[in-house]
Design a protein around this ligand. Structure first.
Ligand code: ADP
Ligand code: MG
Length: 240
């Protein structure tokens, strides 16, 4: 579903992605762990070319992601992304937030888009909020709307970059529960998170990054019980 081959990226002198190679099959749930500044967000953002890369290739379903143009827009729309900050459109209702992409980008008719949006809002448990504006919802509700909005584009892959980091603690689980159910339904997911409970419960695979390098690529059981690298042991000792 996603492949990265010899991907390199710098910000000026900072080598932020160092020769990343990985291949993520359809349906796999990958959790990306690592200290702050290790390149996790950059990795996510390169997967849909929100950030350009210096060299190497990124493939979505075997198709090389181009640097620009119509093919980029098409491939990018196959990749949903949910950020730490919810990024909802403040002046649109919850329902409008979810129907906007499908009607404007996918050219879906309004009635179909609304029907689908309500199904998705129902699935994430916020259908009753559909006529409100983002600021009238809690952070946890807003983040669930953001997930529904991404799903409305029928993505093949979902990227999550610390989706619960900005939430009050009591709202973390309502968002993680939605992510766990997506994972169980077979969505291909790349999730940057510090929620080790989620990693243990939902991940098929752990990627551990440090200083722009992919240091470990293993299953959760091995990672948590017997991390191979000193850097992963050090990371785990600080968070567990
Ligand atoms: P993480 O998500 O693991 O905390 P990031 O991918 O955000 O790490 O950042 C990796 C490194 O790249 C950090 O040192 C960060 O300061 C730097 N960085 C991130 N974005 C930019 C940018 N737009 N310009 C310059 N440096 C950046
Ligand atoms: Mg980050």
């Amino acid at each position: 579903m996603i492949a990265m081959q010899d991907v390199q990226k710098h910000y000026g002198d900072l080598h932020v992605l160092k020769d990343i190679n990985l291949s993520i099959p359809k349906g796999q749930v990958v959790v990306v762990l690592g200290p702050s500044g290790s390149g996790k967000s950059t990795l996510c953002r390169t997967i849909n070319r929100l950030e350009p890369i210096d060299s190497g290739e990124i493939l979505i379903e075997g198709e090389v992601l181009p640097a620009e143009g119509r093919d980029l827009a098409r491939l990018r729309s196959d990749v949903g992304m949910v950020f730490q900050s919810f990024n909802l459109f403040a002046h649109k209702t919850i329902l409008q937030n979810v129907t906007l992409g499908p009607t404007k980008v996918r050219k879906m008719n309004k009635a179909d888009a609304q029907k689908r949006a309500i199904e998705l809002l129902d699935r994430v448990g916020v259908a009753s909020q559909k006529d409100k504006y983002p600021a009238q919802l809690s952070g946890g509700q807003q983040q669930r709307v953001a997930i529904a909005r991404s799903l409305a584009m029928a993505p093949k892959v979902m990227l999550f970059d610390e989706p619960t980091s900005a939430l009050d603690p009591e709202m973390v689980s309502e968002v993680l529960d939605v992510m766990v159910s997506l994972a169980r339904e077979g969505m291909t997911m790349v999730v940057v998170t510090h929620e080790m409970g989620f990693a243990r419960k939902a991940a098929d695979r752990i990627l551990f990054m440090a200083d722009g390098e992919l240091v470990e690529d293993t299953d959760p059981e091995s990672f948590f019980s017997a991390p191979k690298s000193e850097r992963a042991r050090d990371f785990l000792s600080k968070i567990l």
